[in-house]
Design a protein around this ligand. Structure first.
Ligand code: DAH
Length: 339
């Protein structure tokens, strides 16, 4: 008997029709007063006790499958009669999908990458969780060097030391350790500093580092590279290099571009001078080359590093750095056309 019910379940599952009359006939055959299901129920008392459970389950399954099938078929019939079907209407106009926008930090990062790509730089990346060697010691900042205080650090643990990198200069070291000169690379990435959050600074931000190592690289090469970059990115061709100090470069300089004094905003952002500082740079200190097993008698090179937020804020006239990290759609969606 159970086998017979199972056969009926299969019959139900295989049944299909889009005629209302046939579906009604099917309903009566299975669910009607004299239908299969009520017949099976009335047989229940004759079933051997040991089989009652299995038998009961089988009829219940038959009943629920029949009800489901009828409901499904009725729905299809009514859809067809209303003129709708599940077939795709290829003539229907597509609904409009709103395009998203890139984040201003990504836009500026990609613009900078494109500029250096044109003059033969490749891209390198390194970890955000760094060790002391790559973030400090190899960059000519041995333990207890006072210049370590220039960058307030988030330490993760001691012995072996782990920290959140304070600058992308750590990627220079990794790149030199793993590649032979000539080297031409830029390294974009996020960096972390233990600083108070304000309109001008944040505890994390993004930098792009540049590194060029070859025979006979001079300060003049550095200056021409930076001039090319500032012309391409800002459309400005007046720059100046002010002597500065970074432990990993000697000599070191700060790069300013001449922004101009054409508007009140220009006066404000340049503090009335017309000049804006955009990055640090210098000739790679021979100690740094030696730390990476590069012969400093044969090779020389330059490096530079800049903050992406700072440049994005200048180009888009953004007053408060914090808005860059809030993901407010009203702010972010304004950059749709800048892609
Ligand atoms: N690492 C420096 C900073 O975060 C930026 C920098 C300055 C990078 C001079 C360089 C460089 O490669 O030559 O403040």
């Amino acid at each position: 008997m159970i086998e017979e019910i199972e056969g009926k379940i299969k019959e139900v599952l295989n049944f299909s029709s889009n005629s209302s009359e046939e579906i009604e006939k099917f309903r009566i055959e299975f669910l009607g007063k004299k239908g299969h299901i009520s017949r099976y129920f009335s047989e229940f008392k004759n079933v051997d006790n040991s089989q009652k459970k299995e038998y009961g389950l089988a009829i219940n399954k038959l009943k629920s499958s029949t009800l489901e099938k009828i409901e499904l078929l009725k729905k299809t019939v009514s859809k067809i009669s209303e003129g709708q079907s599940d077939d795709v209407d290829l003539t229907r106009p597509a609904s409009i999908i709103e395009l998203g926008s890139r984040h201003p930090i990504s836009i500026i990062r990609d613009k900078i990458i494109d500029i250096f790509y044109k003059i033969g730089f490749n891209i390198s990346e390194g970890p955000e969780i760094e060790d002391d060697w790559h973030n400090f010691t190899a960059l000519n900042l041995p333990p207890h060097h006072p210049a370590r205080d220039m960058q307030d650090t988030f330490f993760i643990k001691k012995d072996p030391d782990l920290l959140l990198r304070t600058h992308t200069s750590s990627v220079q070291i990794r790149h030199m350790e793993n590649n032979e000169p000539p080297i031409r690379t830029i390294s974009p990435g996020r960096v972390y500093r233990n600083e108070d959050i304000s309109a001008r600074s944040h505890c994390f931000f993004h930098q792009i580092e540049g590194l060029y190592i070859d025979e006979n690289v001079s300060f003049a090469d550095l200056k021409q590279t930076l001039l090319f970059f500032t012309k391409e990115l800002f459309g400005k061709s007046k720059i100046r290099l002010r002597p500065s100090y970074f432990p990993f470069t000697e000599p070191s300089a700060e790069v300013d571009i001449y922004w101009g004094l054409n508007s009140e905003t220009d006066y404000r952002i340049t503090k009335g001078t017309g000049w804006l500082e955009i990055m640090g740079c210098g000739m790679v200190d021979p100690n740094v080359l030696e730390n990476c097993k590069i012969d400093s008698n044969k090779f020389s090179g330059f490096a530079f590093g800049m903050g992406i937020e700072r440049i994005a804020m200048l180009l888009y006239q953004i007053e408060d750095i914090r808005i860059l990290y809030e993901n407010d759609i009203r702010f972010n969606s304004q950059f749709k056309d800048s892609i």
